[in-house]
Design a binder for this molecule. Structure first.
Ligand SMILES: Cc1ncc(COP(=O)(O)O)c(C=O)c1O
Length: 484
């Protein structure tokens, strides 16, 4: 390929618009299109299968020449926006996805415009993140010395929790020598209902998934405390080193809350790190009727959770709170000449967020979270959380009074597992869920409860109301009847 001569530019080769006025008009059009989309969500299907021609329409060689912004935007409107997974839609009930808000969307735009890198340095965006850390200390009754950090999601926050616990137990030399150099074999404990990312965190941290004991659950799907104590004693007897208990506040399958106070007591007595995976459940602290059920969370050494689930902040906004900031920092801090700190100038403000996690470059996730909390206030956010649980109870009642349906698990929070009663129930219910999703009426997902395939509806979205539940029930019965 012939090389063009590159002449140092004055300003002509910048990526800024040539005509700001034109760009402004197009910008407003894009904003209006998105606001229209959000305003009229209910009139659209939750989800729709992606036609093959739409899938292939994006495929083209790496473009060398420019395309007009209006053209690219039109492609987005036509071929991308209608075929997203639909978690903003009130009929979305799959997995555990938050709905987002227009306020969060605008804040994300401001953050992108500012283009701040929150790895470190002396800047107000980091003060915004610090304000949220302070609010979370307040919410969870953690000391002023606790540290906190935005991350992608709870999978990453749980990994950080496991790494801090590992380093606190083995000492920071483990960071140079690795776990293999230690004579101690660390073992951790979580309930059989814990999210798979806990095992993954054990894997990534070099401890291995076999070092995670999955403790059986009681009939409420909470960790069986007696079984936990027995397993810890057996492991000590076998010469292993118990180091971590992970309690879950809101299990992914059924929304159960482990007995957090009992787990905190055992962790204290046994001198183990107590980490809480509160991916969606932890923000139940904002709801006066749910907070008492999270009692014991205030004794955790670390808490992982997401603002992008029950907090309705647009993706992604995970968070880790650690009681002892010194231990947290000693698990990650990695001095480098080019990251030298000063007491004045832009390199002031140490410690920096990059001292508390694996990311050096970090986006401004704190801004959309700060806007969300400021604009809505925690009372309203708490009411939304309580409201999703009330809607889950409404769904539970409808299932219990509908002979064609069967409830498969207790409903502790906002997750309801049920099925259509019939022969070949696993096959038929899996088909019903696909039919529901493809119909665009409602979008639950599936899980397995005591060996049975369950239709799983997680009510996370602030837009979901009882008419969406009625639509889910009616469509489930219709699709079930058509298949039996
Ligand atoms: C209990 C629990 N832990 C961890 C996770 C993983 O969170 P994320 O998807 O934000 O990484 C989830 C996701 O639903 C969850 O429900």
């Amino acid at each position: 390929m012939a090389h063009e001569e590159i002449i140092p530019s004055t300003s002509n080769d910048s990526l800024d618009p040539v005509d700001w006025q034109d760009f402004r008009v197009q910008s407003h059009r894009m904003l209006d299109d998105m606001l229209n989309h959000l305003e009229h969500l209910r009139e659209q299907p939750v989800w729709q299968p992606i036609p093959q021609e739409v899938r292939t329409s994006l495929q083209q060689p790496l473009p060398q020449k420019p395309t007009a912004l209006a053209t690219v935007h039109a492609t987005f409107m036509q071929n991308v926006l209608p075929y997203a997974v639909g978690n903003a839609h009130p009929g979305f009930m799959g997995w555990v996805h938050g709905g987002g808000t227009p306020v969060g969307m605008l804040a994300e735009m401001l953050a992108a415009g500012l283009n701040a890198n929150l790895g470190g340095r002396d800047q107000m965006p980091i003060e915004v993140e610090k304000q949220i850390v302070q609010w979370m200390r307040e919410l969870f009754s953690f000391p002023d010395t606790a540290s906190g950090l935005f991350v992608t999601g709870t999978s990453m926050a749980n990994l950080i929790g496991v790494l801090v616990a590992r380093t606190a137990t083995l000492g920071s030399s483990v960071r140079q020598q690795g776990v293999a150099a230690s004579a101690q074999r660390l073992v951790a404990y979580a309930s059989a209902g814990a999210h798979s990312c806990i095992a993954q965190a054990m894997d990534i941290s070099g401890l291995g998934t076999e070092a995670l004991r999955l403790i059986p659950m009681n009939d409420q799907y909470q960790m069986d405390v007696t079984a936990l104590e027995r397993t810890i004693a057996a492991d000590r007897g076998a010469g292993l080193t118990p180091f971590l208990i992970v309690g879950t506040a809101g299990t992914v399958e059924v929304g159960a809350i482990d007995p957090l106070t009992a787990l905190a007591d055992i962790a204290e007595r046994e001198r183990l790190w107590f980490h809480v995976d509160g991916a969606f459940g932890a923000l139940g602290m904002l709801a006066p009727d749910i907070a008492p059920r999270l009692a014991g969370i205030e004794h955790a050494d670390s808490i992982a959770f997401d603002f992008h689930k029950w907090g309705q902040v647009p993706y992604d906004a995970g968070f880790i709170l650690v009681r002892d900031s010194t231990l947290h920092r000693s698990a990650f801090e990695s001095p480098a000449a080019y990251l030298r700190r000063e007491t004045r100038g832009m390199a002031a403000g140490s410690p920096w967020p990059c001292d508390f996690g694996p990311d050096l470059s970090r986006g401004f996730r704190a801004l959309k979270t700060w806007f969300t909390i400021m604009v809505y206030g925690t009372k309203k956010m708490g009411r939304v959380i309580s409201g999703t649980c009330a809607i889950a109870q409404y769904l539970k009642n409808r299932i219990e009074t509908t002979p064609e349906l069967e409830l498969l698990a207790p409903v502790a929070l906002n997750i309801v597992c049920f099925r259509y009663r019939c022969e070949n129930a696993d096959r038929v219910n899996a088909d019903i869920v696909v039919a529901l999703q493809e119909s665009g009426i409602a979008a639950p997902s599936t899980t397995t409860i005591k060996g049975h395939l369950a239709i799983r509806a997680a009510i996370v979205n602030h837009r979901t109301n009882t008419t969406d539940i009625d639509a889910l029930i009616d469509a489930t019965i219709a699709f079930g009847a058509a298949r039996t």
